[in-house]
Design a protein around this ligand. Structure first.
Ligand SMILES: NC(=O)c1ccc[n+]([C@@H]2O[C@H](COP(=O)([O-])OP(=O)(O)OC[C@H]3O[C@@H](n4cnc5c(N)ncnc54)[C@H](OP(=O)(O)O)[C@@H]3O)[C@@H](O)[C@H]2O)c1
Length: 247
């Protein structure tokens, strides 16, 4: 199936490693011109074809400067993928500080929201797509409380912004992975440092007997970012090997 992505300009914010890197690779395989962003550069040789922007995007000022740099180098963007996120090691409700909640909200909710606003004029001109990488733990209870709240807010944004922007020709969609194993994921560290706890987690939570891969998430993400998914809008698609318990 030709996904219709050839020649499109795609920006993957959080595309330097993990799930974002796999999505960037998948988009490039479909012929898109791809740029990635993160605090670090992609590993050597991982993406010789991609433009790479280095910035810590947890402040408004940094995001504004980043959007200007992208506009100067790439022009308008057809596909904006926002995959940066994480629970930042915050604790349970009693131990997590208010500041921990703010940091996690900034990374997982305000950064995607602000980036969408910054790129909206460009996306409107190109009738583009916004793809957020959320989590099953934004659609049901799970994970650390701050992370759960931030990803739930992102799922709400996907619905509300998605319904508002569709009449302007901008399609917003979310993807909610379950637990994904890749070289830089926290699951990888758990597998190495606590193999028994890791095996118990898999046994209790994952009907397939394993975690998902970044490539399995990317395959769905690339389809969702493509014109072939034109009727998937303002919703979050679960990719979790049956891990979550919601219908
Ligand atoms: N792995 C899982 O099991 C899993 C499950 C469900 C949902 N998710 C979600 O999927 C997304 C990607 O997860 P992942 O496992 O691929 O994580 P990851 O390996 O830690 O990758 C995160 C990406 O975001 C970038 N990033 C992080 N903080 C940043 C900052 N302050 N400024 C700019 N870029 C930043 C990282 O680049 P630099 O390090 O270069 O900054 C990297 O490219 C996250 O939103 C996560 O919540 C993951």
């Amino acid at each position: 199936m030709d996904l219709g992505l050839a020649g499109k300009t795609a920006l993957v914010v959080g595309g330097t490693k993990g799930i974002g890197l796999a999505i960037a690779r998948g988009l490039a395989e479909e012929g898109a011109r791809v740029a990635v962003a993160g605090r670090s550069s992609p590993p050597d040789g991982a993406m010789p074809w991609a433009s790479s922007f280095r910035a810590d995007l947890t402040t408004e000022e940094a995001r504004e400067g980043f959007a200007r740099a992208v506009s100067e180098e790439l022009g308008d963007v057809d596909v904006l993928v926002v995959t940066l996120g994480g629970s930042l090691g915050t604790g349970e409700f009693r131990t997590a500080k208010l500041e921990d909640f703010r940091r996690v909200m900034e990374l997982n909710f305000f950064a995607p929201l602000h980036l969408t606003k910054l790129f909206l004029p460009s996306l409107e001109r190109r009738k583009g797509v916004v793809l957020y990488v959320g989590s099953i733990w934004g659609l049901e209870a799970g994970g650390k409380p701050a992370y759960n709240a931030a990803k739930a807010a992102l799922a709400s944004l996907t619905k509300m912004a998605g319904r508002e922007l569709l009449p302007l020709g901008v399609r917003v969609v979310g993807i909610a992975p379950g637990s994904i194993l890749h070289p830089t994921s926290s699951w990888k560290r758990m597998e190495e440092n606590d193999p028994q706890g890791f095996a118990a987690f898999v046994h209790a939570n994952l009907p397939a007997g394993r975690l998902g891969t970044a490539e399995e998430v990317a395959a769905v993400a690339v389809f969702l970012a493509s014109p072939r998914a034109s009727w998937v809008a303002a919703t979050t698609v679960v990719v979790d090997g049956g891990q979550s318990l919601r219908f």
